[in-house]
Design a protein around this ligand. Structure first.
Ligand SMILES: Cc1cc2nc3c(=O)[nH]c(=O)nc-3n(C[C@H](O)[C@H](O)[C@H](O)COP(=O)(O)O)c2cc1C
Length: 191
């Protein structure tokens, strides 16, 4: 079993990555393979609304000029998908939104290709707007017949500078609980 996570931050190995890695520790403990793909420095552009994915239905985006198809293939091959994003002006990052729009449209064009995979959003925030980011990510999972796994709080960690999230005890516990719950669910869905 495998969980693929995408870090939509423009900052590699920052707070969002640290939060995802805490969930990963628990998944690894349960024998589940993990992979983190960080979008920082790997450009991905938004959907151009060409609708070629619906014409072709080949599980790919028609625009093969960035990492979107690599991301889509990794989602297709995984049992669980984590999408992480820091909060930028009360919303998700442009990179995370591009990933959601491109992979989401290809998923819809191909009979909900992520159907019944397990999904979770992970959010870093300095002060406000994190819940909106969390909700936005969950829209991707729930429109595609995915199963969203919960934790002991909404999956949000607080910090500004890289690493500051390590001081948010409750945020760290939330991510560990998320990893435990995700492993629990994955094992029951894939006995
Ligand atoms: C362009 C930009 C916009 C931001 N907007 C917000 C915001 O609306 N609310 C907030 O609490 N923090 C905001 N922040 C702070 C980040 O969410 C915070 O530093 C987060 O921990 C960064 O995660 P990262 O280390 O994974 O990049 C913003 C940061 C940047 C660079």
């Amino acid at each position: 079993m495998k969980v693929i996570a995408f870090n939509g931050s423009a900052r590699k190995d920052g707070n969002t990555a640290r939060l995802i890695n805490l969930a990963f520790e628990e998944l690894t403990r349960e024998g589940i393979e993990t992979e983190l793909l960080q979008l920082a420095g790997r450009p991905i552009h938004g959907c151009t609304a060409c609708y070629q994915c619906f014409a072709r239905r080949d599980r790919r985006c028609a625009l093969d000029d960035d990492i979107a198809n690599e991301c889509i293939a990794k989602m297709d091959g995984a049992d669980g998908i984590i999408i992480g994003s820091p909060t930028y002006f009360g919303g998700i990052t442009p990179e995370a939104k591009a990933l959601i729009d491109r992979s989401g449209m290809v998923g819809r064009a191909n009979n909900d290709m992520y159907k019944r995979k397990v999904g979770a959003g992970v959010v870093a925030v300095r002060r406000a707007g994190g819940i909106h980011v969390f909700d936005t990510i969950n829209h991707f999972f729930t429109i595609g017949q995915m199963i969203v796994v919960g934790s002991s709080y909404w999956n949000i960690g607080i910090g500004r500078n890289s690493g500051e999230v390590e001081g948010d005890e409750e945020g760290l516990k939330t991510m560990r609980d998320l990893g435990v719950n995700m492993a629990w669910l994955l094992k029951r869905l894939n006995p």
